[in-house]
Design a protein around this ligand. Structure first.
Ligand SMILES: Cc1cc2nc3c(=O)[nH]c(=O)nc-3n(C[C@H](O)[C@H](O)[C@H](O)COP(=O)(O)OP(=O)(O)OC[C@H]3O[C@@H](n4cnc5c(N)ncnc54)[C@H](O)[C@@H]3O)c2cc1C
Length: 388
């Protein structure tokens, strides 16, 4: 099922046989239910809601949510395997990892018992599709400058403002919205509020934004005009904790971007080796050129270093020891490498590599945003530099 072109032995966290069985099942799900539709999803600009329900039925949603809330009771090892298989099969656009391993953990870690019981079971079946909305037109890297407000009014909050670039924004019916509950404060004024879009008035989705790549992933502007939500939707029910909650959970998101990078690199090298060995030129194949061999040897070497480092970060994460700086290294260094390696691989495809129907062309476009979202790579370097 998973024929990585890298010869990296299984890390310690990956030894249990149960994980191989899980990996095969995940691979089969992507192969059968997603791969035949990916090109259509890219044209549509989003994935259909049915695929969320199908993933829920086989236990992929909420893979690491505790069983008592409807999840599979796994941990980050299962999420890492889903990422690996999703990249290997080229199923871009299905925001399962965002839903499972970035958003659900906020509720599991900070939600009240009532919030967990209200939201997690639907997250696990696919009846609830989630998004997390931090970025605003005027505040991206500098989140403390966000302007969206939630004003307490009796037992409700009244929300006003707008967000942009929100993944799953067209499909989500539960949005973890970052707001200022105290606009006079910076970080200390930020809170996270769950907005159940089917239950409120004044919420509007903007355009499904047209992007350079990742065409099957919907990305949207969201607008909130006097949106009333119950006060019990405040994550953890204590105001002003949002920034700390983000800082605690962003390392996992950043390492996930690193893992996605490694997965796409493996696929790019695999695709390229197959291509250059089959393509004839000058009485041989493209692979026969020493330049091709050296280029791919360098790609394989760098990819191996990246995979070993990513496995190390996963190990730290599982031990709850992955700090912000190390997660930033995973995010920035691997996403930079991903773009570099995919560029080299595209070059070896010649003109065909520039044709959108070739996987390498799609990977080239899809990879670029990895250096921007989840915190721009320059911001990652700033976080690393603070530890020097
Ligand atoms: C496809 C896509 C999906 C996204 N999904 C989501 C989502 O689901 N939820 C969400 O909340 N956001 C999402 N985002 C937003 C994303 O996280 C932001 O775009 C990103 O954090 C950068 O913010 P910005 O675009 O405002 O850039 P800016 O903050 O304007 O920064 C522009 C550039 O300036 C430089 N820069 C910024 N700060 C520094 C610094 N301190 N030091 C040095 N250089 C710096 C960097 O080169 C940076 O790329 C998504 C974005 C995209 C493109």
């Amino acid at each position: 099922m998973y024929e990585s072109p890298l010869d990296v032995p299984k890390p310690a966290w990956r030894q249990e046989e149960e994980l191989d069985i899980f990996s095969d099942a995940v691979g089969q799900f992507f192969e059968k239910e997603c791969v035949p539709h990916v090109q259509q999803w890219r044209k549509d600009g989003k994935v259909p809601l049915e695929i969320w329900k199908k993933a829920g039925e086989i236990g992929l949603l909420g893979a690491s949510v505790p069983e008592e809330y409807g999840g599979a009771g796994g941990d980050f090892r299962h999420e890492a395997i889903i990422i690996e298989q999703q990249q290997w099969k080229g199923v871009d656009g299905f925001g399962i990892t965002l839903h499972n391993a970035i958003i659900a953990p906020y509720i599991t870690a900070y939600g009240t018992e009532e919030q967990k019981r209200r939201w997690l079971p639907g997250i696990c079946t696919g009846e609830i599709v989630t998004a997390i909305a931090m970025t605003e037109p005027g505040a991206g890297s500098d989140l403390q400058g966000m302007k969206t407000t939630a004003k307490r009014d009796g037992d409700e909050y009244v929300i006003n403002g707008s967000k942009t670039f929100i993944s799953n924004g067209q499909s989500a019916n539960l949005i973890l919205l970052c707001v200022k509950t105290d606009p006079t404060q910076g970080a200390k004024g930020i809170s996270i509020i769950g907005v159940e879009t089917d239950k409120v008035k004044g919420f509007r989705r903007g355009r499904n934004l047209e992007k350079v790549g990742q065409h099957a992933a919907d990305t949207s502007e969201l607008f909130f005009d006097d949106v009333h939500v119950p006060a019990s939707n405040l994550l953890g029910e204590v105001e002003g904790k949002g920034f700390i909650q983000l800082m605690q959970k962003l390392p996992q998101e950043r390492h996930i971007i690193g893992l996605q990078g490694v997965g796409m690199i493996e696929r790019a090298i695999h695709e390229t080796v197959e291509y250059v060995k089959g393509r004839k030129a000058f009485g041989g194949t493209i692979f026969d050129f020493q330049n091709t061999q050296f280029t791919l040897a360098e790609c394989k070497t760098e990819a191996t270093v990246a995979k070993v480092f990513a496995d190390h970060c996963t190990d730290l994460l599982l031990k709850e020891q992955l700090d912000a700086a190390t997660a930033s290294m995973s995010k920035y260094w691997i996403s930079d490498l991903q773009c570099k390696i995919i560029d080299e691989c595209l070059q070896l495809h010649g003109g065909f590599g520039y044709m959108d129907e070739y996987p390498i062309a799609q990977m080239y476009a899809d990879a670029r945003v990895q250096r921007i979202y989840g915190g721009a790579n320059e911001v990652m370097k700033m976080l690393i530099a603070r530890t020097l």
